[in-house]
Design a protein around this ligand. Structure first.
Ligand code: G1P
Ligand code: ZN
Length: 543
């Protein structure tokens, strides 16, 4: 085996976004593309010498080939050990857990999350730190800087490592340990939740469907739900991971997981249903006849988490990303615990979790998690829901109604305008920015503007500041509109408009969200001129 140094040149545009570097698969497969970025990762973390890492991905097209390249580069760069999920598979939360459990210096996760997979679709690479969480901005900025000056990378010339068999082998001077991707994660879940109680629930005839969307959570859900918890075989749908996710978007929302939504709204609805995304960190929660928005799910979990053994001591605090609805704020208020508002992206929760200031956190984009790992965790959210359903004996619908009756309801919807011309989208945001100072005091259909600003976050733990994190317009009475451009798209710009209206009148808690939000939706267009700027009559996706 020979270590070679390959001459290369900087490649433009290797800037990590909200969650690592995401590009079209063919771009990643291009000459030196992956190698340059991996070399930049090593530079961003002051080298790989003497370090150990975790490596795994969501099984999408190019997953295993990329893993082999990363292993050869890790070996050539002086890493001592890489722990790899069997067949290069690891869900994102399971990778986060392994990094923490095995105390490695970090890990590389190969995923483009909920984006479709395949040779013509998306691929991604993300670095997580020793705490198990996504690299913070200063580190990703260093990686990006490194991509601009690279002239070479080191790689071992070697045969592929056998990743199909659990066990250890050597690659040059480096140890490669292939592990079962599910076992450690399943053990962790058992420490947090009352598996015995959930087993009784299933034994009593409680019915559930979990749609793994042909993505990485299939093996995890089958092992935990069907084997550990005794849910009937067939509870997990689409449980076999496929390189193209069966041709769909592995995105657990009412658009891409429509068959599951149709099922719970139909005559054969199970008691409970859920879905997860490509890499297993997102979740969607449904009950018979009801869809639970991620923002409401976070609030319900915050209100009742103490019913699960892992959270019996109560919550230190909670956090949500800025665009996430403020439903959880009301729970925090009632419980007298802190509630933090952070920029979009899981990496901003890391410091708060590490410092023990929050126990639970979440985002409107189907992400919920806790301090058990440093990523959002789809299956974890499902298990916490199951634990709460088992303890309360309530249906999902009744639990939600009970929650709204107690705290009021934050009607919520997100409208996405995808693949918009990037220059026009930027121009619209710029025009909005210019308007902000004049908005307070003006009245629209949604009410009087109380405040309008561009969100900036001062991290209370490390005092770092993140600016330009979305424009928010708050109305008297608690309604709110947020505008942001996506940081994960791979084509043009995606404009996200987040719409929220608070309602405490007990007779108005069961409306359709889009109806309850109609004034806010019209106001958003009036203020920002969305239609004129994007040239679109309607959003591409409403979630
Ligand atoms: C999107 C979501 C965000 C999430 C991220 C990674 O980012 O909005 O909440 O953390 O994916 O899953 P965006 O495309 O909005 O930048
Ligand atoms: Zn994901």
């Amino acid at each position: 085996m020979e270590m070679i140094t390959v001459q290369t040149q900087p490649i433009e545009g290797q800037k990590p976004g909200t969650s690592g570097l995401r590009k079209k698969t063919k771009v990643f497969m291009g000459a030196h593309y992956l190698e340059n970025f991996v070399q930049a990762i090593w530079q961003g973390i002051d080298g790989a010498v003497g370090k150990s890492f975790v490596l795994g991905g969501d099984g999408r097209y190019f997953n295993e080939q990329a893993a082999q390249v990363i292993l050869r580069m890790a070996a050539a760069s002086g890493a001592t050990k890489v722990i790899v999920g069997q067949n290069a598979l690891l869900s994102t939360p399971a990778a986060s857990h392994l990094i923490r459990k095995r105390k490695t210096d970090g890990g590389i996760i190969m995923s483009a999350s909920h984006n479709p997979g395949g040779i013509d679709e998306d691929f991604g690479v993300k670095f997580n730190m020793a705490n198990g969480g996504p690299a913070p901005e200063d580190v990703t900025n260093r990686m990006f800087e490194a991509t601009k000056t690279l002239t070479s990378y080191d790689i071992l010339q070697a045969q592929d490592v056998d990743l199909s068999t659990v066990g250890s082998s050597k690659l040059g001077g480096m140890e490669v340990e292939v592990v079962d991707p599910v076992v450690d994660y399943a053990e962790l879940m058992e420490t947090l939740f009352d598996f015995a109680k959930i087993r009784v629930l299933f034994a009593g005839g409680f019915t559930m469907k979990f749609d793994a969307m042909h993505a990485v959570t299939g093996p995890y859900a089958t092992e935990i739900l069907e084997r550990h918890l005794g849910a009937p075989v067939g509870t997990v749908l689409n449980g076999d991971p496929k390189p193209d996710f069966g041709g769909g978007h592995p995105d657990p929302n009412p658009i891409w997981a429509k068959p599951l939504v149709d099922l719970v709204m139909g005559p054969d609805a199970p008691d409970f249903a859920a879905a997860s995304d490509g890499d297993g960190d997102r979740n969607m929660i449904l009950g018979r006849g009801v869809y639970v928005t991620p923002s409401d799910s976070l609030a319900v979990l915050a209100a009742r988490a103490h019913l699960a053994p892992g959270y019996a001591a109560g919550l230190a605090g909670v956090a949500r990303s800025m665009p996430t609805s403020r439903a959880v704020d009301r729970v925090a208020d009632a419980k007298g615990i802190a509630c933090f508002e952070t920029p979009t992206g899981w990496k901003f929760f890391g410091n708060l979790l590490d410092a023990g200031r929050v126990t639970l956190c979440g985002e409107e984009s189907a992400g919920t998690g806790s301090d058990h790992v440093r990523e959002k965790d789809g299956l974890w959210a499902v298990l916490l829901w199951l634990n709460i359903l088992a303890e309360t004996g309530l249906s999902v619908k009744d639990l939600l109604s009970d929650h709204w009756a107690t705290y009021g309801r934050n009607y919520y919807s997100r409208h996405d305008y995808e693949a918009v011309d990037a220059i026009r989208a930027e121009a619209m945001m710029e025009a909005l920015r210019a308007k902000l100072v004049d908005l307070p005091g003006q009245t629209f259909g949604a009410g009087m503007v109380e405040s309008a600003d561009e969100f900036a976050y001062d991290d209370p733990v490390d005092n770092s500041r993140s600016e330009g994190q979305g424009i928010r317009i708050v109305f008297a009475g608690g309604s709110r509109i947020v505008f942001r451009l996506s940081g994960t798209g791979t084509v043009g710009a995606t404009l996200r408009v987040y719409l929220e209206a608070y309602e405490s009148d007990p007779t108005k808690l069961q409306m359709e969200a889009e109806t309850a939000l109609s004034d806010i939706i019209a106001t958003a267009d009036k203020i920002a001129g969305i239609r004129a700027s994007t040239g679109r009559d309607a959003p591409d996706v409403k979630t």
